[in-house]
Design a protein around this ligand. Sequence first.
Ligand code: GYE
Length: 350
Amino acid sequence: MKAKTYRGPVGWLLVALCMLFVVGCEEAGVHVAQPESLPGQALQAPAEQPLSPISGKQLITVGFSQLGTESDWRKANTRSIREAAAEAGIKLMYENAEQSQEKQFEAIRLFIEQKVDVIAVSPVVESGWEPILREAKAAGIPVILSDRAVGVSDPSLYVTTIGSDFYEEGVKAGKYLLDKLHHLPGPVSIVELRGTDGSSPTIERGKGFRDVIAKREDLRIIKAESADFTVEQGKETMRAFLQELGGDIRVLFAHNDDMAIGAIEAIEEYGLRPGKDVVIISVDGTRKAFELMVEGKINCIVECNPLLGPILMQAVREMMEGRTLPKRIVPQESVFTEGVAHKEVANRQY
Ligand code: GYE
């Protein structure tokens, strides 16, 4: 694992621009899968469309089904997509599904009715997407997956997935733990606060983490429950873990910062010291999490970057110009440990 530096706003702009030159992307921090030809999905905007007052090009409309507002990561992600659309002169129709897949289906049907040029979806869970994606395909509207992935047998149902490698994030969390406990004999009891059941980050982070810690038999996950990526549920679930297991808990792996923040409150209420009595590993990298790291209450943050807006808008534009996009677009991400927390607090935009 190689720790990499945080990419600021200028860096992200470069990443977005780099998508013009797919071959050069690996060096610039965007890892792309082999381009695949997707007949019928590289759409040309009809000539009669109005011109954008900003870009002077044909006005593109994107319908964006965001999955909710459950975390600070999500709020930053929505902001990034809204701002990037405005900057690119792309019209954005935004629908918030409040963590309901059913509401995402309704939003997509609305976008189809409105004849948007492109549909962007951040899918709340991985399964159940095939029928609605077929409806979009039948209407001739290309779909881009943003942030989370779907499990469908027909990959032609979406153009590309833009988002993090969640398995790799779990691997990074596991590797940190192996390093941290290098000199400590087991057994070590670990609890896991998982995100939304059935969502791709929950599934993949859990897998990556388990695959790595399996190297030591004396590391055991004694409890693993979903706290839906929220502060409140993180606190409640950690409280229940502590009531049941008490001082046995040595490590907490929280699938996002919000749940870690809630859990830290529960740990302190219980009379233990987060970051000392309980090693805490979190995912995302929000300002609040770095503030807690400065206080020594979080030991490791695996970065998951929410600033996907510029990449998404660049992908939309390229697709509308008839270019073929890679099937997978992954932003560069880092791992942060205690020494760098001060610097990162100052850098954080979310
Ligand atoms: O880690 C969490 C959010 O899908 C990557 O969802 C995203 C996750 C993120 O609620 O904070």
